[in-house]
Design a protein around this ligand. Structure first.
Ligand code: ASP
Length: 433
């Protein structure tokens, strides 16, 4: 019998998880059962993905940079990558602003619903606001200073320090290019092998993906707030989703125009990673799978993926920036504020920067939204308005975040002639029992 393709397996796991949770909440003990006995398996799955993120970045980036053999190639690719990332982010924020100004979801929120939402979620919102203010207090060059670690082991011991690990790997790779081949060869060979092992581990973890997403979604459903609140925020949620959908169309268009690869080719290759991004709400946890899919299923050379994707996972968050723009205007509308063109242009700048600064973990975009709100003079307490639907929207924006990274890596690969026919590998290719 032909084995079901991975994206179908994952999709079935997701649907089964949701269905299972709906059945369980019918029983008094059901929600606790899911939290105690199902949720831990979801956490184990996410942890196993995060576990290999740092070793993967280290090994693949060192290998990727040293394979370039030439530092000018690196700066050429770096310039293109950052340039395209900024362009796509600005497009995303602009789409968000256009959609929210046309639909105007905030105008339909009644005074009563607004008060109720603000009261319900005040505590949660306050803790996010405090978190954001801590980040805001740092100086203008703090972000740059944070990129250079003083200790690589300390940097590698925290998944939140991806940019520091990336910095070290690029720096190390450059060193490797500059030493004589006689000495660099064994080091390169070591990282080549190390990299292969990590890629194999991803294959193995993905065998458990359908079960992992089952557990993640079941836990999410039993913990989600009541449906009434969702209804009040339906128009707002719709704006974010329409915007995100349009952004995916933009990527598909770009990929088609620049690389001549069809939307179905792109979506078929990326769908397992997209479903995983949806289930985990974290681009960092999805990164190993994104890298594997882009390389093996979209045909992008490892020299490009190892560089473009880890950087993208940390700084290119088009879904997040689009959501921040919609959320900011929605909150302003709900509080009866009219923002003029200048204020909206300001939002393009702050949402672009805020999305770059957002960590690739669940809920990070909402913390940085506080900064967008305060820059635009919108009441920060408005964060409480959108809390109820933040998680499902986080899942959707994370899909766009990783899709953007994949699309950009295809474009960069095409521009440096590193895009070829995909070569798929199975987990047991070299293993004969
Ligand atoms: N969860 C998102 C990500 O990891 C970030 C966010 O928007 O909260 O990509």
């Amino acid at each position: 019998m032909k084995k079901l393709e991975l994206h179908w397996q994952i999709l079935i796991g997701m649907l089964a998880g949701v269905l299972f949770a709906f059945i369980m909440v019918q029983f008094d003990w059901g929600a606790k059962f899911v939290s105690d006995w199902i949720k831990p398996f979801g956490n184990i799955f996410i942890n196993s993905l995060k576990l290999i993120a740092v070793p993967l970045i280290l090994a693949s980036l060192i290998k990727g940079v040293s394979d370039l053999k030439d530092i000018s190639k690196l700066s050429q690719m770096g310039g293109r990558t950052i340039g395209i990332y900024i362009v796509t982010t600005v497009i995303a924020v602009s789409i968000g602003l256009a959609v929210v100004n046309i639909i105007q979801p905030g105008k339909s929120i009644s005074e009563e619903t607004r008060t109720q939402l603000v009261e319900n979620y005040k505590g949660d919102a306050d803790s996010r606001i405090a978190q954001a203010h801590k980040q805001e207090e740092s100086g203008p060059l703090q972000a740059l200073e944070d990129i250079v670690p003083s200790n690589i082991f300390k940097a590698a011991s925290d998944n939140g320090n991806m940019l520091q690990v990336i910095f070290f790997a690029i720096f190390f790779g450059i060193g490797l290019i500059l030493i004589p081949e006689e000495q660099s060869t064994p080091v390169k060979k070591f990282f080549d092998g190390f990299n292969e092992v990590i890629l194999k581990l991803i294959d193995l973890i993905m065998l458990a993906a359908p079960f992992g997403v089952f557990a993640l979604l079941a836990a999410l459903v039993v913990e989600s707030p009541s449906l009434d609140l969702f209804k009040a925020l339906a128009w707002y949620a719709l704006c974010v989703i329409v915007g995100l959908f349009l952004m995916i169309c933009v990527y598909l268009g770009f990929v088609w125009i620049f690389t001549k690869k069809s939307p179905s080719f792109f979506l078929k290759g990326m769908s397992p990673a997209q479903l995983l991004a949806f289930s985990t709400s974290s681009s960092a946890a999805t990164l190993p799978v994104t890298m594997e899919r882009v390389e093996e299923h979209l045909g992008v050379d490892e020299e490009v993926t190892s560089f473009v994707l880890p950087i993208g996972a940390t700084i290119n968050m088009d879904g997040t920036s689009l959501y921040q723009a919609v959320a900011a205007i929605f909150i302003a509308q709900a509080f009866g504020m009219d923002l003029d063109l200048w204020a909206q242009l300001g939002i393009i700048v702050t949402a672009t920067l805020a999305s770059i600064g957002s960590a690739a973990v669940p809920g990070a975009g909402m913390v940085m939204l506080v900064i967008v709100l305060s820059q635009a003079g919108i009441p920060e307490a408005g964060l409480a308005l959108i809390f109820a639907v933040d998680r499902p929207l986080d899942m959707c924006r994370t899909v766009v975040n990783i899709t953007g990274d994949a699309a950009v890596s295809m474009m960069v690969a095409k521009s440096v002639d590193k895009l070829h026919d995909p070569k798929e590998r199975k987990w047991d290719d070299n293993y004969k029992a």
